[in-house]
Design a protein around this ligand. Structure first.
Ligand SMILES: C[S@@+](CC[C@H](N)C(=O)[O-])C[C@H]1O[C@@H](n2cnc3c(N)ncnc32)[C@H](O)[C@@H]1O
Length: 265
């Protein structure tokens, strides 16, 4: 049996050091900022005030904080990162131990360990696509945020449920043998969602919990193709995003319709 919480598989993330090493190097400034981190800063520039409290839900080792520090040099932002995995949070705490404005906590975006309106701004980048039900995450982000939520995730006119199925031959952090990838009912044993959500569904969820919220969908055209295609993540051949000749962001065989969803309360 694969251990799961909120129908997310522990096998996929609990011990996966591939993502982790890249994030550590980004947090330390050894690898460059992600294009998506730079895009967040561009969008948030208009809204961030000097002493704002920021939540980064699904923070890995807090590499977005480096971008906040660069963009908002003269601010005094209070940054909190949450992530379900001790592996990520422990490294994050080590890297940022000297910064008094930073706080990391283990937690799931489905049930955020914070009081109502604890943050001025919340971001949640490349996380909701991996979560089977985004209703609680949206409800929770709305609950803990006072002003602005910025979510980066694949959005399209139609929702798609997509699962990547893991086996031990190509993914060393699972014990699932290729012959057991699917059970007799056809359900994958170790998997990760790569869902695409429809604009209509996403909008209806936000409105369900915050009638007066204003929502803007912004297609992610912010990236520099050359920087995305840099081969700094050699070990992540399958998962790392590339830009194809048509200008689409592609991960393995999926075209990812990445958007920013800007929610103003
Ligand atoms: C693809 S990484 C994105 C990291 C970073 N936000 C970025 O955009 O580069 C997904 C992150 O979300 C975290 N995550 C997965 N499930 C989560 C959940 N239920 N709640 C909060 N974070 C989650 C993972 O551990 C990982 O750090």
């Amino acid at each position: 049996m694969i251990k799961k919480k909120y129908n997310q598989c522990y096998d996929v993330s609990e011990k996966n050091k591939t993502y982790l090493q890249t994030s550590i190097k980004r947090s330390k400034g050894i690898f460059p900022e992600m294009e998506v981190a730079k895009a967040h800063m561009k969008i948030l520039k208009k809204y961030i005030k000097k002493d704002d409290a920021i939540l980064d839900a699904g923070c890995l080792t807090g590499h977005f904080y480096r971008s906040f520090l660069r963009e908002f040099k003269n601010h005094n932002l209070k940054y909190t990162g949450i992530d379900p995995w001790a592996l990520h949070i422990n490294e994050a705490k080590k890297i940022w131990s000297k910064d008094k404005n930073v706080n990391f906590k283990k937690g799931w975006v489905q049930k955020l360990p914070f009081k109502n309106n604890s943050f001025d701004i919340s971001i949640c980048s490349n996380v909701l696509t991996h979560i089977p039900s985004i209703e609680d995450p949206i409800k929770e982000l709305l609950r803990v945020t006072r002003k602005i939520i910025l979510i980066r995730t694949p959005i399209h006119k139609i929702s798609y449920r997509i699962q990547m199925v893991f086996n031990s031959k190509w993914f060393k952090f699972t014990n699932v043998h290729p012959k057991d990838e699917f059970d007799k009912k056809g359900n994958p044993r170790a998997f990760e969602y790569f869902d695409v959500h429809s604009k209509d569904y996403f909008e209806s969820l936000v409105k369900k919990y915050e009638k007066r919220a204003r929502i803007k969908f912004i297609k992610d055209n912010f990236y520099n193709k050359k920087n995305i295609n840099l081969k700094i993540e050699k070990k992540q051949k399958i998962l790392s995003t590339r830009v194809n000749s048509e200008g689409d962001q592609v991960a393995d065989l999926l075209i990812i319709p990445n958007h920013f969803v800007l929610i103003k309360k």
